[in-house]
Design a binder for this molecule. Structure first.
Ligand SMILES: [Zn+2]
Length: 401
């Protein structure tokens, strides 16, 4: 648990962190802009910025246009000098990416594994790949690991993930905590996606509450409120995938019936596609993502069965969004992962469902978008887990020694 109070040094670091976070988002801005956003006095900003420049975290970039006719000196974060490794652990693939703290990707590697493979072999292979990345880049400051949820944060264990039973006994904290000379931060995939959208999504500020709706191998959501993830007691809050939309529906592995995940995950869509679209078989495609892309393409080409299927998937995602809106009152819901490939087809349907089922005052204020981070926002998310932690303690992680 994080401490409740703040010592003087913590306050100094919090103010440094606030400035660094603004620069991470705005790329270039003036001391006066920062004063306006933070509410700190110009004198305080000048003092803190001087220290950040001395630490090599921030640079001046010449004159920029200010308010009115005023011109002022621009400041920027030296983001490219500090990198993080993001590691996404999926149901049959793990991926590694080296990113800088502005979200720019420098290297990526995807490694497939069989779910029946010995867990020790897979973990050791992950560690070896991380070590290789650490050897390739000498400016890595932290590692972020994104796991499928529900992830019991304090225990370091995945609680229940469809089709991944053998992995329940692995303690990821014990495995990774002291493995490298860089800190490893772990979160579940939907929370990671939420952080990726928060830090790298370019959704415009201010945002108070961002909800990320993961629609991929599973269904989940992550909520960032005022820059902080919502965890609940054990870390599994906002498990939208296991909210029931039909209490008499099919039984889910979690114990509940009619869980949302059973209706609008990628496997759920592909199962329906095999039943309903003539000649469609998932096994004809290299990956689940490609198989889903084929269903969306068929719908775009006006295959009526595909159009109908995509519509029904979009309706289910809409029901999930209604739950997110009523549960968390977000400014924005970002829908991401494999099914985001069909965003253009699904967004109007999702909007229809929300408009019909949410009270007008809430409907008017919430923005629904599909992720623009690409098909694998969880990998960005893994990097965002590390970035988020690093930006909280700039002097510890970002100072050029
Ligand atoms: Zn369930």
């Amino acid at each position: 648990m994080e401490s409740q109070g703040n010592n003087n040094n913590d306050l100094v670091e919090m103010n440094r962190s606030a400035i660094v976070k603004i620069l991470q988002q705005k790329q270039v801005c003036s001391r006066a802009d920062i004063a306006k956003i933070t509410g700190l006095t110009q004198a305080s900003i000048t003092k803190i910025v001087a220290v950040l420049i001395e630490m090599g975290i921030v640079s001046e970039v010449g004159i920029i246009a200010g308010n009115g006719n005023r011109r002022s000196i621009g400041l920027r974060l030296n983001a490219e000098q500090k990198k993080v490794i993001g590691v996404k652990f999926g149901r049959h693939v793990f991926a590694l990416g080296v990113f800088d703290i502005s979200g720019k990707l420098y290297a990526q590697k995807d490694i497939s594994f069989d779910l029946n493979q010995d867990t020790r072999t897979v973990i050791d292979s992950m560690k070896n790949q991380i070590r290789k990345m650490l050897e390739m880049f000498d400016d890595i400051v932290a590692i972020g690991l994104a796991l499928p949820g529900p992830y019991l944060k304090a225990e370091g264990r995945i609680a229940m993930v469809t089709r991944m039973q053998v992995w329940h006994s692995i303690n990821f904290i014990d495995e990774f905590k002291n493995e490298f000379d860089k800190p490893v931060f772990i979160e579940q995939d939907a929370n990671a996606g939420a952080l990726a959208e928060w830090w790298f999504g370019n959704h415009g500020r201010p945002i108070n509450t961002l909800a990320y709706f993961l629609a991929g191998e599973g269904v989940g959501s992550g909520i960032v409120n005022d820059g902080r993830l919502l965890f609940g007691k054990q870390g599994t809050a906002s498990e939208t995938g296991h909210i029931s939309i039909d209490y008499k529906g099919p039984k889910c592995e979690c114990g509940n019936r009619g869980c949302l995940e059973l209706y609008c995950s990628a496997p759920a869509m592909l199962k329906e596609a095999e039943n309903k679209i003539a000649g469609f078989e998932e096994k004809n495609y290299a990956s689940r993502s490609e198989a889903c892309a084929a269903v969306f393409d068929a719908a775009r080409k006006n295959n009526q069965k595909a159009v109908k299927l995509v519509r029904s998937i979009a309706e289910y995602i809409g029901y999930g969004c209604v739950t997110l809106i009523n549960g968390y009152n977000p400014d924005i819901i970002v829908i991401g992962d494999i099914l985001a490939q069909g965003g253009d087809l699904m967004l109007p349907v999702i909007d229809e469902v929300i408009k019909e089922r949410v009270i007008p005052e809430l409907y008017d204020e919430v923005k629904i978008v599909f992720s623009k981070l690409g098909v694998d926002p969880t990998l960005y998310g893994a990097a965002a887990i590390a970035t988020d932690r690093v930006l909280r303690k700039p002097s510890e992680y970002l100072a050029v020694k």
